[in-house]
Design a protein. Structure first.
Length: 183
């Protein structure tokens, strides 16, 4: 009879027989549904996610591809209002090298480094700026007018001990606004 009672007791036990099995079952009952939910969300949202490096069909990418190859910009040499000051040209073009003294460029404000250059005169400084010298490309790689470059050269030289006058607007450009005003 004891065998019958013992076997009846075993038949009512569940699959969890040890505390370790209980812990594994409880953890799995929480972790497994979370993992399944995450996988389902990823599966449903798969088509809305762009593939790596495939932005070729975005509006910006299409606009870049169909943009004109070259652009022409014409500046009116007589438009004094659109011309930049020496400080503006310096900030846009010259400050990258002449503020830290990069690539052998004399720092603005360093009178010792500029004194020999200033002694050569404004025309020599302007010629070096327009044609390039040493590591500096012509116009320092910019697209400013010669008059704007002259303003920047005077600005830098005057900050470094020179007493150059502000360059005068070329005669053809100076007469253009006067002619337009009389019409």
């Amino acid at each position: 009879m004891s065998d019958a009672a013992h076997s009846d007791h075993d038949s009512h036990e569940g699959p969890i027989r040890t505390p370790k099995q209980l812990i594994v079952t409880v953890v799995a009952s929480f972790v497994l549904p979370v993992v399944i939910i995450i996988l389902l969300i990823n599966f449903v949202a798969w088509d809305t996610r762009p593939a790596a490096g495939s932005d070729g069909l975005t509006a910006e990418a299409v606009a870049r591809r169909i943009a004109p190859v070259g652009m022409s910009e014409f500046k009116d040499p007589g438009d004094v209002k659109s011309m930049k000051t020496g400080d503006q040209v310096f900030q846009a073009q010259c400050s990258a090298c002449h503020t830290p003294g990069a690539a052998g460029a004399p720092k603005v404000g360093d009178e010792a480094a500029w004194s020999a250059r200033i002694k050569t005169g404004l025309d020599a400084l302007l010629n070096s700026s327009l044609k390039g010298k040493g590591n500096m490309p012509p116009q320092a790689g910019g697209d400013h007018s010669d008059f704007e470059i002259a303003r920047a050269v005077v600005f830098m030289a005057n900050k470094s001990g020179a007493k150059f006058d502000e360059p005068k607007l070329p005669a053809a450009a100076a007469s253009a606004p006067a002619t337009a005003a009389t019409k």
